[in-house]
Write a protein that binds this ligand. Structure first.
Ligand SMILES: [Zn+2]
Length: 425
């Protein structure tokens, strides 16, 4: 199976500068290539990867574009290939520009087989990257396989390398008869995961001190001069058009941003670690894991603006900030990533992952199938108005998810299923 292995790089100042330059060149190649594709589309034409690659090779011979030759040519070709794939996947008009603000530097080195990776000591390894030479990285785990390609990018303000490795392990197919039990998982805002067997899995990913620090840093960032903050009075007088234009962010602003990224990175790594461990444990112990098919992207989208019918140009309150709070909570528990990790880990143990429709799982009683909003006494407590079953609301939902998952898989259910919605993802 092909898996990704991430390591933190320790680059020299020269390597750091070179990587930033190359990332800039990749960004320029991407944006130029995208503009060219859009231009062709406007005239009902189509430009493909081989043509763009040829034109890139030609552009490199132009003395005015000599800066293109600084970056390894395979990396630039790979950028065009990625662009080609993106345009085919979502359409030329929906592919994003790589803006300096939003895009975080990233580049792919395609020729993995020629890349040499060596272990230097218990803690350190190094990789030989084209034009960059040996780069050291923290050896946190063995590669266990053949390197197919490498991606170098910035995460939490530091350069990282992700090796795509063929680990030589075959995917385990779910066995016909599996003695391991099945489990339903309810992913929640309060508790990260409630299981149908009654277990609650959770961990605090951010400490109170870190929370305080984040709030303070965000407030500080708001006071400092960012790329789009209001220009000084002096600057506005000199150039009336400067208002709203991009300007150079201050050094303090950039420093605060870096500090915020450091805290957020720490929290994210802690969460990713817990998610991976939990997913591994679940797929090892169970023959089937049922989860809700939550559309994390749709749920976390900010609500649409509501125009005010009485006042043109004005907007009604759309509870944006309340939604933002829930969004933070959902993303804070890493729902989308949990499903991905489960699916990936399940390939090693032959566990089946079933996604079921999320509707009513929190309102239905798992004992008698009575479905009513009034069943839910509070966020945490569930009491069936028909049969009187009482218990934790998340555990009840997990039982419903398990029953629906078993129905999808065509297996007998240990609890009465009733009118469970047998729709799979
Ligand atoms: Zn009931």
């Amino acid at each position: 199976m092909v898996v990704g292995r991430i390591f933190r790089l320790r680059v020299t100042p020269e390597q750091d500068a070179a990587l930033h330059d190359w990332a800039g060149i990749c960004r320029a190649v991407w944006n130029t290539g995208l503009e060219q594709r859009r231009e062709y589309r406007r005239r009902d034409g189509w430009v493909n990867y081989p043509q763009q690659a040829r034109e890139l090779a030609q552009a490199k011979t132009d003395p005015d574009l000599a800066w293109l030759t600084q970056a390894p040519s395979h990396v630039l070709q790979q950028t065009l290939m990625d662009l080609d794939r993106a345009c085919r996947a979502v359409g030329t008009w929906r592919v994003r520009w790589r803006s300096k603000d939003r895009w975080s530097p990233s580049m792919r080195f395609p020729d993995g087989p020629r890349m040499r990776v060596q272990r230097l000591s218990k803690r350190w390894g190094r990789v030989n990257l084209p034009k960059l030479g040996w780069v050291k990285f923290r050896w946190t785990r063995d590669l266990d396989g053949r390197v197919r390609s490498a991606t170098v990018n910035v995460r939490d303000g530091q350069w990282h390398v992700t090796f795509l490795v063929e680990d030589g392990i075959l995917e385990v197919q779910p066995p016909v008869s599996d003695p391991r039990p099945a489990v339903g998982v309810d992913r929640g805002v309060k508790i990260a995961a409630a299981l149908s067997d009654g277990r609650m899995l959770d961990q605090t990913f951010i400490t109170a001190a870190e929370q305080d620090r984040l709030v303070r840093l965000q407030q500080r960032l708001g006071r400092q001069h960012g790329p789009r903050s209001k220009p000084s009075k002096d600057r506005q007088r000199k150039n009336p058009k400067a208002r709203g234009r991009r300007q150079q962010p201050s050094a303090r602003y950039l420093r605060t941003k870096k500090r915020i990224a450091a805290v957020q990175g720490k929290v994210r790594r802690r969460r990713d670690d817990w998610l991976t461990k939990t997913a591994r444990q679940l797929v090892r112990e169970h023959s089937l894991v049922a989860i809700e098919n939550l559309n994390t992207k749709g749920m976390t989208r900010s609500p649409a603006a509501k125009p005010d019918p009485d006042r043109p140009g004005a907007f009604l309150a759309n509870q944006r900030s309340q939604k933002a709070g829930l969004n933070r909570a959902i993303l804070g528990k890493g729902w989308g990533r949990f499903a991905l990790t489960l699916a990936h880990q399940a390939r090693y143990t032959g566990c089946r992952i079933v996604q079921v429709l999320a509707a009513f799982t929190s309102q239905r009683c798992h004992q008698c199938s009575h479905t009513e909003a009034g069943n839910r006494e509070s966020q945490a407590d569930f009491r069936c108005t028909k049969c009187g079953w009482r218990g934790n609301a998340d555990i009840n939902a997990a039982c419903n998810i398990l029953a629906a998952g078993l129905a999808v898989a065509g297996r007998a259910s240990p609890t009465p299923v009733g009118s469970v919605n047998p729709q799979a993802a």
